[in-house]
Design a protein around this ligand. Structure first.
Ligand SMILES: [Zn+2]
Length: 254
């Protein structure tokens, strides 16, 4: 089974972009990823015995707004911890999905649109694993608990029973599950992925995004895991827009 862990970024009203990130992980790999974050906790917080919830925006907050336990770290330590967490993602076998939506470019709720995109792409990933290897894999969706839970439960029950705008789901083991980010390290990694994608599109801060971009889901050299929606994408050279243009290029141009 593959589990996709979802978390969002950019829900505050000042944000131009809304981002949903999904980390698809093979069931046997979740343990090792969780262990990597546990080891980072032991290194940075040697005296802390309870699990600390790693959260990207808490670590990036300005000095005067750093909350415990992150105030035990110097600014430099906080930056190296952020870097180390992105290295866990970069060095893993995670398949990354990301949807970045300029809010002004869509009618309706960007969360719903992004959720449909990721669930559809995750389902197609499972279908292609079956096609390529004959190995039938089921999928499970785990979502970080938030104020969106009720909306998503309604949307998910519609998608799970009637399909999404592009068709039906075929490979899901069960309905989506909601969990608090503090209780699973994998949702904490999804939070960091969402934060990196958000930084890339909202403010052009691409360092962390570039580090994890190699994990964006691809099939046969084509990028399937990243979606960028905006009013004007013509001048955009993000990996999603470059891939989209390459795919739609008229034959005379190729
Ligand atoms: Zn783009």
């Amino acid at each position: 089974m593959y589990i996709v862990y979802l978390d969002e970024s950019g829900t505050h009203t000042q944000a131009r972009y809304f981002v949903l990130a999904g980390l698809a992980v093979f069931e046997r790999e979740t343990y090792f990823l969780a262990q990597s974050l546990d080891q980072l906790q032991s290194r940075y917080f040697p005296s802390e015995t309870n699990p600390i919830e790693f959260h990207a925006s808490s670590l990036r907050a300005p000095d005067e707004r750093i909350l415990p336990p992150f105030d035990k770290l110097t600014k430099e330590q906080r930056w190296t911890l952020i870097r180390d967490i992105y290295e866990v993602i970069a060095g893993s076998r995670i398949r990354l999905f990301g949807v970045a939506i300029e809010k002004a470019s869509v009618d309706g709720d960007p969360y719903e649109r992004a959720f449909e995109e990721i669930v559809n792409r995750f389902d197609r990933m499972l279908a292609s694993i079956y096609r390529d290897s004959g190995d039938p894999q089921r999928g499970l969706v785990v979502i970080a608990e938030s104020s969106y839970r009720e909306n998503l439960e309604i949307l998910a029950s519609r998608i799970w029973s009637q399909g999404h705008r592009w068709g039906e789901l075929h490979n899901m083991a069960d309905i989506p599950y909601f969990a608090p980010a503090k209780s699973t390290r994998l949702l904490q990694l999804a939070d960091f992925a969402a934060n990196a994608i958000y930084g890339r599109y909202e403010s052009g801060f691409a360092k962390d995004f570039d580090k994890i971009a190699t994990r964006i889901h691809q099939e046969e050299g084509r990028l399937h895991g990243l979606v960028h929606r905006a009013r004007d994408r013509e001048g955009c050279y993000c990996p999603a827009c470059v891939a989209r243009r390459a795919l739609h290029r008229p034959e005379e141009d190729s």
